[in-house]
Design a protein around this ligand. Structure first.
Ligand SMILES: [Zn+2]
Length: 258
């Protein structure tokens, strides 16, 4: 194994060390903003045992939550199910912990406060990070997106066709990643979190919450791999570079939709 890794490094391929969390990403946020919403990646080939992660499905049909290697689809009609065999995605981020920090959180009010607490626990905010938060949330607000029809619109248009859920007494797990701002062409900057209840009946893209108590696993990643589709639409796409404004607009619309 070491010999193979040495050979890979000699021929110039990316070599990932094995003592920090690793993140594997298929698709990029600017592909979604560039309206590339087709499921170009076969999830069955990507998700490995023990993975956590999040993403989107073909045509943005619901929100994806990956927990312990199981892929859940939280649809905008409120139905949560294990994703079908053969489900495909335009955008998915997966990771496994290697040596995470374990911390207990108590009494945190709001997404911004949670983000600050998580940031404070990170050794290095210039690296991407992976998080898993299991606990009790007296209040949790999430969204999911209705499937989009072609021709696809950008994320701001998508934000107008979503469902917002506000739950009380939510017990479950939140998984996600944090990417620094300088990588925001590829990933949402800041904490991007998806939630699923313990009974797997409720879930979505996390917008806001109250934490009563939670066990947190957190780890900075040594880096991340980006896999890009080998298809016609991607080859022809004019991919946006200024993604910040679009993502902010989509998030703001999401928070003011009630
Ligand atoms: Zn999301």
């Amino acid at each position: 194994m070491n010999r193979l890794r040495d050979e890979l490094s000699i021929i110039g391929l990316t070599k990932l060390e094995s003592d920090m969390a690793r993140i594997r990403q298929h698709g990029t946020i600017n592909m979604l903003i560039g309206r590339l919403l087709d499921g170009v990646f076969d999830l069955g080939k990507l998700i490995q045992p023990g993975d956590i992660g999040l993403g989107a499905f073909h045509g943005l049909d619901g929100e994806m939550i990956v927990l312990d290697g199981i892929c859940y689809q939280a649809r905008a009609d409120g139905v949560v199910r294990v994703a079908e065999t053969g489900a495909r995605s335009p955008y998915v981020t997966l990771g496994t912990f290697e040596d995470p920090r374990a911390i207990d959180f108590q009494a945190i009010e709001g997404f911004a406060s949670l983000s600050k607490r998580l940031d404070a626990e990170l050794a290095d905010t210039n690296r991407p990070a992976l998080v898993r938060i299991e606990g009790r949330f007296p209040r949790l607000k999430a969204r999911s997106v209705h499937p989009q029809a072609k021709p696809y619109s950008g994320l701001a248009g998508v934000a107008k066709s979503q469902a917002i859920f506000e739950w009380t007494d939510f017990e479950g797990t939140i998984v996600g990643v944090r990417f620094p701002e300088y990588l925001q062409v590829l990933q949402v900057a800041g904490w991007h979190l998806h939630a699923i209840s313990t009974d797997a009946a409720r879930g979505g893209h996390l917008l806001d919450l109250q934490v009563e108590s939670a066990h947190v696993k957190l780890e900075s990643a040594e880096g991340f791999e980006v896999c890009l589709p080998d298809d016609e639409s991607f080859r022809k796409a004019d991919l946006p570079v200024d993604v910040h404004a679009e993502v902010q607009r989509a998030e703001r619309d999401a928070n003011h939709l009630e």
